[in-house]
Design a protein around this ligand. Structure first.
Ligand code: F6P
Length: 327
């Protein structure tokens, strides 16, 4: 039987990502356009459990499309992993008269959504908002492009000082389980090497590559390291390289959370707007239990259970391009 949707709740969960606000705006404005009452849930699933709801009229989302972070705040909520926590959340949702939920976040967010929608038969649509771009079922996640742009701006600036001093810089970027930011920003920043969790780091070949570069008159070198790189991370690798190859003065820069902030790029704003619009339309068409994605520049739905079961496939061609262009 078709469920009638009159009131939709929206929340952001997990790590914030630039473009989440643009997405909230799109969800709210689309809902209102179709005469749906829109409600915000504060602090992700924690707000569902703690009964923190706010009305979202159209003006509540004015002047946020350009802002990083999330006006709804976000959290990684342990209590929602328990049955008791989810029961509380469901009771609050019912008391609010909310018929469906739109959750914006990463795989942790979707795991919670998948269980919750199954247990309590609540229609849920997931929107991928994470800088990591590691979700199965979408070519891009909201925030990835902005994070990459922040990283390459930092790399460009580091390159200036690296070249002036003949230095070797190890730049650590985010990505606990995935090296997608490292790969993209490494290529765009013209890095000499990219070290990521998906590939084993071979110190020997890294050193020979750096040595070759030095012989070929490279005055500086930049190695981009994903934080999830498996042989010990940027600091440890830099130590090891420094011990065995002293041509350059070696430095480490950990970019950290600056990658998560900032005004979203045009690409992220448009992606967020498309996904937010499509998520509301999906619920109105009785589509549920799915993550929206963008595949080949078209909106595409993937079962939440499938989206959380694997990561996006690793792009071997990009890795090859990075290796070829960094000689
Ligand atoms: O998932 C997004 C992300 O920024 C990862 O790249 C990073 O490993 C993690 O979140 C950091 O999480 P937190 O902000 O909780 O330290």
């Amino acid at each position: 039987m078709e469920k009638s949707i009159n009131k939709i709740g929206v929340l952001t969960s997990g790590g914030d990502a630039p473009g989440m606000n643009a997405c909230i705006r799109a969800v709210v404005r689309t809902g209102i356009y179709y005469n749906i009452e829109m409600v915000g849930v504060m602090k992700g699933y924690q707000g569902l459990i703690d009964n923190e709801f706010i009305p979202l009229p159209s003006h509540a989302v004015s002047n946020i499309i350009q802002r990083g972070g999330t006006i709804l705040k976000t959290a990684r909520c342990m209590e929602f992993k328990t049955k008791e926590g989810r029961e509380k959340a469901f009771r609050n949702l019912q008391a609010q008269g909310i018929d469906a939920l739109i959750v914006i976040g990463g795989d942790g967010t979707f795991s919670g959504a998948e269980v919750f929608s199954r247990e309590f038969n609540v229609p849920v649509i997931g929107i991928p908002g994470t800088i990591d771009n590691d979700l199965f079922g979408t070519d891009f996640t909201i925030g990835f492009d902005t994070a990459n742009n922040s990283v390459i701006q930092a790399i460009d600036q580091i390159r200036d000082t690296a070249a002036s001093h003949n230095r070797l810089f190890f730049v650590e970027v985010m990505g606990r389980d995935a090296g997608v930011i490292a790969l993209w920003a490494g290529i765009a920043g013209g890095s000499e090497a990219i070290l990521i969790p998906e590939k084993e780091t071979a110190i020997e070949s890294l050193i020979s590559k750096l040595a070759e570069g030095a012989e070929n008159q490279k005055s500086s070198s930049i190695v981009v390291v994903a934080e999830g790189e498996k042989s010990g991370g940027a600091l440890k690798i830099a130590e090891e390289v420094k011990r065995r190859f002293d041509h350059y003065d070696t430095k480490v820069t950990v970019l950290g959370h600056l990658q998560r902030g900032g005004s979203p790029t045009c690409f992220d704003r448009v992606l967020a707007s498309r996904m937010g619009y499509a998520a509301v339309k999906a619920l109105l068409n009785n589509v549920e239990g799915k993550m929206i994605g963008m595949v080949n520049n078209r909106m595409h739905f993937t079962e939440l259970s499938l989206a959380i079961s694997r990561h996006s496939p690793f792009d071997e061609e990009l890795a090859e391009i990075a290796a070829v262009l960094s000689i």
